[in-house]
Design a protein around this ligand. Structure first.
Ligand SMILES: Cc1ncc(COP(=O)(O)O)c(C=O)c1O
Length: 958
């Protein structure tokens, strides 16, 4: 490579952590002479790609940013008054810089290891408190994917509540008021049909609810912006034993009577406008709050208060026994990755502004809306909303003409119909903006001037007294302390310091692929050309985005060996669901709608069966053999048994056991012979890219986790993107969207926004552009190299479960800790917690096999870091040996007492049987870079028995 080529490929060398000398040493430790030998021992030849992927050659980071600026310029940032669930907002710079753009926050993993996650757990608890306070409902989750899917989750929760026996559905109907957002309706339509819900659309004032209904949904304020009083409706619904969901707006609730006080059973919506940029549709955190009776069935993650081993208050993810990794097809929903980073931003926004600040923002918007309404009235334009918060519905002669005039002045309004225009104001709207809007309307009737008088003390006559909020909210000290920038910056840092992220050490979570989230990939996400676009802005203003999305979809199709891609799903699990819907629609179109059986190997991730049930399928579990491979005989027998109804197989490849199963082609053929389609779970694509592909192995559809393989950060539990890539026969069934009218699709939307979490697609796009065709293949090769190197070092100490036929692992491998239970009383959890004392996050614990750790180093780590991690596990092995040999006590030892906090180690009294140094500084490298877990081991059951999911009174912290 000459020095010019070298510059173009510089990103690859930075993304991949291993240099040439290290590579040679690692290959020799594994016992192979070159990388190709390792790869051919690992991936069956029959499924190897023999040519280069059709993606462009690499470009440098500098070149990429310069090119991207040109594409960004094709996006036009107009003032958007479109509303419909998306509003411009001001992200406080202190939050933008210290949370959104800070790897200490965005590279975190979901807080399963509570002892090194107290910062984000506290922030998520703040979010739950914010949602619970504003909605006046006692329990809220830590986020869902978007408003549309949150509405669908609410519908499903209430459906299951009322129809406990799915074989005898007694109340199949769900009422949808016609004035909810169009995209929410679209998602509800998608989600209702497969599980047997009948949707009834109409006007809430006229519907006669009866025992056939289990639930209803209304929007507050409605999609036109009108504030309507739902008290009577809710009372009538309850009298008929029908539960009510209110889709609502958190900012509006600072001024409006909250859903809980109106009697609603569930409140959902988006918290986007609390400081999270529109980003052409996402990512944003949806919220979900409900009554206490639903606390065990609420979808998504919930943060709860518990105690640690010292009896001190701490936080953890609560009620995990409801989730898919435990309950599989009986789980309450398939939500795994959600939108943690974005709920953290919204929580910080609320903390920074406090109740008074939020109320002032809401009042300012509402006063501006009232002023605009009055002044438009003066001009002869009527606002049809008698009562409203921020949105006017203006009667006009020719809506299209006014929208055109607006566009000339770089403003977007909402086209309701030929005679009506919607105008939604937001936090960024100024007095000048109001005058500009008036100018547009004046010009439409040939008046040249317009002006407005503003009264900062105006009474909000646009909000009726019956709907005016009287109750307090955000009274907890956390919302009343950090209002100066120093305080805010320090609070964010205080929390960040408690959490182990990728900027501390490697996070080798098998199946989760915690690879580098490069700064150059992330920087453009904050550029206004990408962050301030409304998802429903006209296409001529979003050409830059559309170009990138088309290109990215094309790359992903090439990489997976498929015909087309949809980037709409907002997480891996949503991708599974969307993929199964395409299969369902395909069978239905062929007159085979009875095909509803999905075969799922026992080793599959819990979201697979949960998604299958959501798609209306029946799950049949197939076995694995002793080597961890799919039991082909069992699979064939079950495919034969269900051949008349077989819809699909869901298969993860390489398997969740980290093996490229040789039988994969035979498995796919078997499914096809019996009329089924093959869905491949793409969580392990980081072992495939450039070397093999789902298309090549014979699958028909796969989902990808862009937040794994394609470098989007995990954000402490989201965001994520879960595109689906499909073979040609499934292309007609990719998800559609009410706002994409130029494409026809046979299925409705799976996400609220047409292009899902559009702004973070930039990250995966950059990843592919900067690595280029060679780089993305090398990344896979090095991911496999790193895993096999670690395996080679660790197999001298630990039993490694499952390898391929040549004894190699794929990109991850499983360390079996079960034997130590008998020999030393040590369990996998003890090892996971002890790793924290060594400065590491535990690998994936007890998935897919209980009592094991699954290690996935990724290609981005350097050899020294891999060695440090191996040294830590070897150190722990020696500690276990000492217990086995009776040199250390079985109960009072470094593993059982792990992790050791600073507080415990520095206490005046030390009664343990080992030294403080052994406890806290077990290896020399730890002394140089000590990361202190902030709590002792969390008590897992206490928190669930004493469920508290909002900030408690201050005394509780004492
Ligand atoms: C194998 C597998 N499938 C599916 C998922 C679900 O993906 P997501 O969390 O993005 O919904 C995961 C998540 O880790 C996974 O490991």
């Amino acid at each position: 490579m000459n020095i010019f080529e070298q510059q173009k490929n510089e990103f690859s060398e930075r993304h991949i952590g291993i240099n040439k000398e290290e590579k040679e040493a690692m290959l020799s430790a594994i016992g192979v002479s070159n990388l190709e030998e390792l790869i051919s021992k690992t991936i069956p030849d029959a499924i190897r790609i023999k040519t280069d992927l059709e993606v462009p050659a690499a470009i440098s980071e500098f070149e990429y940013l310069s090119e991207l600026k040109k594409v960004a310029a094709k996006n036009k940032v107009f003032k958007s008054y479109i509303g419909q669930g998306y509003y411009d907002t001001i992200t406080p710079s202190v939050i933008l810089r210290n949370v959104f753009e800070n790897p200490g926050w965005y590279t975190q993993y979901t807080p399963y290891q509570a002892e090194i996650s107290q910062g984000r757990l506290e922030s998520l608890l703040n979010y739950q408190t914010l949602v619970s306070d504003l909605t006046a409902l006692p329990i809220a989750n830590a986020s869902l994917l978007d408003e549309g899917t949150a509405a669908a989750e609410a519908m499903a929760m209430l459906f299951n509540h009322k129809n406990k026996d799915h074989d005898h559905i007694t109340a199949p109907k769900f009422f949808i008021d016609e004035k909810i957002f169009a995209q929410t309706k679209d998602v509800l339509v998608t989600r209702a049909e497969p599980i047997g819900i009948e949707l009834v659309f109409g006007d809430f004032k006229h519907v006669a609810l009866n025992e056939d209904y289990f639930g209803a949904i209304v929007q507050y304020p409605d999609n036109d912006g009108a504030i309507r009083d739902y008290r009577e409706f809710i009372a009538k619904a309850h009298a008929a034993n029908v539960m009510v969901v209110m889709a609502t707006d958190l900012l509006a609730l600072t001024l409006l009577t909250p859903p809980g006080e109106l009697g609603a059973d569930v409140a959902i919506g988006s918290s986007q406008r609390l400081g999270v940029p529109m980003g052409f549709g996402g990512p944003h955190a949806a919220f979900f709050a409900t009554k206490d009776e639903f606390k065990r069935t609420i979808p998504g993650r919930i943060i709860g208060v518990s105690i640690d081993a010292q009896g001190n208050r701490c936080l953890r993810m609560a009620l995990q026994t409801r989730e898919q990794h435990i309950r599989r097809e009986k789980a309450t929903s398939n939500i795994c990755t959600a939108q943690a980073l974005l709920s953290n931003m919204a929580a910080m926004y609320a903390i920074y502004h406090g109740a008074e600040g939020l109320t002032n923002i809401a009042k300012r918007i509402s006063i501006l809306a009232q002023t605009l309404s009055d002044e438009l009235n003066e001009l002869g334009f009527n606002n049809l909303n008698e009562y409203y918060f921020d949105t006017l519905k203006i009667g006009v002669h020719d809506a299209a003409a006014i929208i055109k005039l607006g566009a000339l002045q770089e403003m977007n309004f909402h086209f309701i119909d030929e005679k009506h225009i919607g105008i939604s104001l937001d936090e960024t709207t100024s007095q000048n903006n109001i005058v500009d809007i008036l100018h547009v309307f004046a010009r439409s009737i040939n008046i040249d001037t317009a002006s407005a008088g503003f009264d900062a003390d105006a009474l909000l006559e646009n909000i009726p007294s019956s709907s005016t909020r009287t109750s307090g909210f955000l009274l907890h000290p956390v919302f009343n302390t950090h209002h100066s920038e120093n305080q805010m910056m320090r609070y964010i840092k205080f929390l960040e310091n408690k959490d182990l992220s990728l900027n501390t050490s490697m996070i080798s979570l098998g199946s989760c692929t915690m690879k580098l989230n490069a700064a150059t990939e992330l920087i453009p996400v904050s550029w206004p050309e990408f962050s301030r676009l409304h998802p429903f802005a006209p296409a001529d203003q979003t050409q830059g985005y559309l170009e990138i999305i088309t290109e990215l979809e094309n790359y992903l199709s090439k990489i997976t060996g498929f015909a087309a891609t949809s980037i709409q799903p907002n997480s891996g699990a949503q991708g599974e669901y969307a993929g199964l819907l395409t299969i369902r629609a395909y069978h239905t179109a062929r007159g085979e709608s009875h095909r509803n059986v999905v075969l799922i190997p026992i080793s599959a991730h819990g979201t697979n069966p949960a998604s299958a049930v959501m798609a209306g399928m029946k799950v049949v579990v197939t076995r694995c053999d002793d080597a961890g491979n799919i039991d082909v005989a069992d699979l064939k027998a079950k495919a034969e048994e269900h051949k008349n109804d077989l819809a699909a197989l869901m298969v993860t490849y390489p398997s969740t056991h980290g093996v490229f199963e040789e039988s994969i082609i035979e498995i796919c053929n078997t499914i096809h012979e019996h009329g089924g389609q093959v869905f491949m779970d793409g969580a392990n694509m980081n072992a495939q890219v450039g070397l093999t592909s789902p298309g090549m192995i014979g699958a028909d559809v796969c989902h990808l986790n862009l937040h794994k393989t394609f470098a989007i950060p995990h954000g402490g539990g989201g965001p994520g993107v879960g595109p689906i890539c499909v073979a040609s026969q499934l292309v007609p069934y990719l998800p559609g969207h009410v706002n994409i009218t130029n494409k026809t699709s046979n299925i409705h939307a799976v996400s609220a926004a047409p292009y899902g979490s559009a702004s973070i697609l930039l990250i995966s796009y950059a990843y592919i552009k900067m690595l280029g065709t060679n780089g993305i293949r090398s990344a896979t090769e090095y991911a496999i190299l790193n895993a096999n190197y670690m395996k080679a070092r660790l197999e001298k100490y630990y039993k490694i479960l499952y390898t391929g036929k040549n004894g190699t692992a794929a990109h991850e491998f499983i360390v079996d800790l079960r034997p130590f239970k008998n020999t030393a009383g040590i369990e996998a959890e003890d090892v996971a917690k002890r790793l924290m004392d060594y400065g590491f996050h535990a690998p994936t614990l007890s998935f897919p096999v209980a009592g094991t750790l699954m290690i996935e180093p990724t290609e981005s780590e350097d050899k020294a870091e891999l060695d440090r991690f191996c040294d830590a596990l070897i150190g722990i092995y020696n500690e276990i040996k000492a217990i086995e040999e009776g040199k250390e006590d079985k109960k009072d030892n470094v593993l059982k007492n792990a992790p050791h906090t600073q507080h415990v180690v520095c206490a005046d009294e030390w009664t343990k049987s080992y030294s403080r140094t052994v406890a806290a500084f077990p290896l020399p490298y730890v002394k140089e870079n000590k990361f202190w877990p902030s709590i002792s081991r969390v008590n897992n059951t206490y928190g669930d028995r004493n469920l508290i999911c909002t900030c408690e009174p201050t005394e509780a912290y004492a």
